[in-house]
Ligand binder design. Structure first.
Ligand SMILES: Cc1cc2nc3c(=O)[nH]c(=O)nc-3n(C[C@H](O)[C@H](O)[C@H](O)COP(=O)(O)OP(=O)(O)OC[C@H]3O[C@@H](n4cnc5c(N)ncnc54)[C@H](O)[C@@H]3O)c2cc1C
Ligand code: SF4
Ligand code: SF4
Ligand code: SF4
Length: 372
């Protein structure tokens, strides 16, 4: 039976661990408590003696291909980037959410709608825990869902805080509170690797993944760590000062919205050095296993490109639209808007897969998933 010990050898030591947190989330939620996530988001043994060698952390790791086919089958996955039922460009109708959100605030608008209607008891999101830190968080009130919106830098506490590391990454280790609170209907917002990890738990019908009723995936070109020297370099490349940054977003480039109303843009290739190492081997851009995927790419500023991938995802979205919590762009103004947006997502997805395959060629990773 392969266990976390083998994940260390096959995934961590080869540099493929992208810290989705799946292994630790499962082990903690079922109370084995053998694993923990350290301050850098890296999984490791908390107490090796508690490991009962069940092998489940190994099986659910997205970098291991044991469950690849079953996960795809359950998702009706198809080439080139998973099942697509419907694509739209949309935004929240609430100006307060629009102002706080990363793009159009559709993720937050949809979560609020499901919460208000009693369809979910909570949502695993991430929230800001410091000027440059995000942490996973189980939101169980409207206010908490709203507080999680966006992708912000808060520079209000001054330059001193710039010594802290900022990571765009947050793991999914909020299953434990979900279990303790007895919640049975929870939505999860995450990057493609996180969604993939949950889907593998669901493929094995592992408790408590049955409580995750809806997976909302974010398009992802990578996770980045903005340390002090990296921020200095980015400021130099983009010709801006971090004091001036109001909001950060990732689309075709890294966008830094400044307090002056101007926007600085940095090519994603210039972020290569600060991208998490494992992300260079990742093939999933468009959250191919989510119920609904969201990204800013293809949509104008203040709008979100939305791909419904499962009947459940489509129904949730349609419901939020008819309740006027989410509104679609008026396509009469631009009839090819949605097709153009989807083509752009396809092209970024294809680019990411190609690069990942190229980067993997040098690795000695026999059991590691490489199929997409
Ligand atoms: C690391 C990362 C990389 C991304 N890369 C791209 C990209 O290359 N191209 C692109 O088009 N879009 C990318 N996105 C998605 C984009 O930034 C928006 O999240 C998406 O468009 C939804 O916008 P919204 O306004 O509808 O969401 P909002 O209403 O603002 O809600 C966003 C939700 O995402 C959650 N969230 C924020 N950060 C994280 C995180 N690190 N992990 C898990 N959940 C989080 C928040 O808690 C909130 O619930 C990326 C997102 C992340 C987190
Ligand atoms: S499950 Fe995620 S965090 Fe755990 S080893 Fe695999 S990639 Fe890393
Ligand atoms: S108890 Fe199971 S899930 Fe936890 S570390 Fe050991 S093998 Fe992995
Ligand atoms: S690029 Fe892939 S591995 Fe990296 S955070 Fe995004 S989904 Fe996860």
């Amino acid at each position: 039976m392969k266990t976390f010990f083998h994940l260390i050898q096959e995934v961590q030591k080869t540099g493929l661990c992208h810290r989705c947190g799946g292994c630790v989330t499962f082990c903690t939620a079922v109370n084995y408590g053998a694993l923990k996530i350290d301050d850098d988001g890296k999984p490791g043994y908390e107490d090796i003696e508690k490991c009962i060698e069940c092998g489940l952390c190994y099986a659910i790791c997205p970098e291991i291909d044991e469950l690849e086919e079953e996960t795809k089958r359950r998702a009706n996955w198809s080439q080139p980037m998973g099942r697509i039922i419907e694509t739209s460009v949309a935004r929240s109708t609430d100006p307060a959410i629009q102002a706080k959100a990363t793009d159009g605030g559709v993720v937050t608008g949809l979560l609020l709608h499901l919460f208000d209607r009693g369809r979910i008891d909570g949502a695993i999101v991430t929230r800001q825990t410091g000027p440059f830190q995000r942490a996973p968080f189980l939101a169980t009130t409207r206010e908490e869902i709203i507080s999680a919106a966006g992708f912000f830098f808060d520079t209000s506490q001054g330059m001193k805080q710039f010594s802290e590391q900022y990571m765009t990454y947050a793991s999914i280790d909020e299953f434990d509170p979900m279990v303790k609170k007895g919640l049975k209907r929870v939505a999860l917002v995450g990057t493609p690797c996180q969604i993939n990890s949950v889907r593998r738990m669901q493929a094995l019908e592992l408790l408590p993944s049955d409580a995750i009723k809806l997976c909302l995936g974010l398009f992802c070109s990578g996770n980045f760590v903005f340390g002090t020297s990296e921020r200095a370099k980015l400021a130099e490349i983009g010709g801006f000062s971090w004091d001036e940054v109001r909001k950060v977003n990732i689309k075709e480039s890294l966008l830094l919205h400044l307090k002056s109303g101007k926007t600085a843009s940095i090519d994603l290739d210039d972020l290569y050095a600060i991208r998490r190492f494992a992300c260079q081997f990742c093939t999933d851009y468009a959250a191919e296993f989510a119920d609904i995927s969201f990204g800013g790419i293809g949509a104008a500023e203040g709008w979100t490109t939305v791909i419904a991938r499962t009947p459940l995802g489509r129904a949730a979205l349609a419901d939020a639209k008819s309740a006027r919590m989410v509104e679609e762009f008026n396509y009469r103004d631009n009839p090819s808007y949605v097709t153009d947006a989807l083509n752009l997502v396809r092209s970024w997805s294809s680019k990411k897969k190609k690069k990942a395959r190229h980067n993997r060629r040098g690795l000695n990773t026999s059991s590691v998933s490489f199929n997409m």
